[in-house]
Design a protein around this ligand. Sequence first.
Ligand code: ZN
Length: 610
Amino acid sequence: MKLNKTKGSIKYKPRIEIPPIATIKTEWDLASLYYRNDRDKKIEEDIEKAEAMIRRFVKKWKKTSFTSDAHLLQLALTEYEALSAEPAISRPTRYYWLRSCLDVNDTKAEQQLALLARRLRKVKDELLFFVLQIGALTPKEQKVLLKDRSLSQFHYHLTRIFRSSRHNLTEIEEKIINLKSPQSYSMWLNMTEKIISNRSIVWNDQEFKIPEAIEQLNVVEFDEKELLWDTIRVELQQIGEVAEHEFNAIVTDAHVENEQRSYKKPYSATVIAYEDSEENLESLIDVVSRQGFAISRQFYKTKAAIHNTNTLRYSERNAHIGDSVEIPWEEALLICRDVFYNLSSEYGSIFDAMLQNGQIDVFPRKGKQGGAFMSDQTGHPVHVMLNYTPTFSSLETLAHEMGHAIHATRSSQQRSFYDGHSTITAETASTLFENFVFDAVYEQASEMQKFYLLHDRLVRDISTIQRQVAFFNLELAIHNYIISNGAITNEQLRKMTINELRRYLGPAVTLHPNDGYSYVYIGHLRYGFYVYTYTFGLLMSSIMARQYKRDKSFIHSIDNFLSLGASASVTDIFKTVGIQTSNKDTFIDALDTHKKEVIDFTRLAKKISL
Ligand SMILES: [Zn+2]
């Protein structure tokens, strides 16, 4: 197919009259929101206040049998909740952490963070007794307390403690596990990460560190991709010689701890942490591995034809087609304000306030951390960090992070025990707002732009739905292999990676045996099965976006969903928008929307090539 190479702009026209906005800040204003600078006396005042508050709490409750009666427990929980919501405890750390994101070379911030962690760890460890003592109640005592009306406001909070307490160890054992955790887990990850980021390859007489070289894969011409990828694979194969030890160590460590805590399956602890159930997770994995993989295989078949070939190489699977749509920051601002105000004036105002208060750091700068995120914490302003470039994907990132920010702001009405979120509901909120923005732009795009937009969206969706589930399956296979065989080798890891990649990519993507070494740089495989939360969130948001398209009054249910925070389990929160996550058909239904988009894309491809 011959593809048009002209840069496209959308010239977006707002659909409603948007209220005017005064001057906005495109950098975080930490001086107004936190401290003037690191010499600000308020920093030490906050730390001392925090230490005193925690000590007072420990002194008051540690020797009391506060779980013996509902009234006493209610009192203790109320104070504990107030303590965990106290901004002074987290403000200094948050300030320095935000500073270190703006400048990775801010040594002062790094040092202060390390000192603060050491100083606060001492007092925070003193608090471990509280949750452990509640968790130590017998099932019968738990039942009695859960029925007590004076504790009704803490019902879900207690349920969560009771659920995870079945897997608690003693206070001293918990302390030892905390102390030994860096050297049995994160230091191994840091090792591989550091080797990867220090190794380099030479490409066109230029030196690239491996992470940069992987980025370059998206940039170089189609015909050059395999050659570049081959030089990267050679390095990955060598790093695999240490990565195999990393996997043996962290998987064995997880397995030993799971046994001590009586977790039955490798992912049992993960499911509890995300306030989800094993049944939900298993049906999601099953449905995506069957129906979902059939969709991604179809997509790659169509994509290969667009590139005038029968099969694509692994390194070519995400190759751009045509040219991307250009979105300058001013237009992104206009689009998002239009979309948010259109949904609800509340969402528009949240965005405007964040822009005016300096809570969004927009552009890339020297020393600034890469990527994008939203950060919220009880009692503090919400922050969004971006590295905005005038591309459609930057617009999507803005929409995604603002989805998180709006979710966090709406949920902050909850009491502080419940003003957080599970990653599953958070990723639903963020991808939902991505959907809203996509739909608004798509409507105004030309046919050719629609084709490119849909292509890029499908590439992104497949890397969130099918690819993450492939990683989940791979991680599980690695765990099971090490548990039954005692250890795994680089060669075995390579083979298993190839198998899982083949399942979701299908026959239209040919795999070179060494593509299997990509396991070395896939960080997600080390994060304890958390990858599935992204798949879950994206599938659920596609159902919600579709429902909103049909019936605009659905926004009230969406707003209720966004306001629930972490006040109920994931299953119960989805029930409020009419989604039954324990029903397999829900996932099948969500994949249906995704499947229709692949069909639309295939149809557009045929039409345009005529
Ligand atoms: Zn996110």
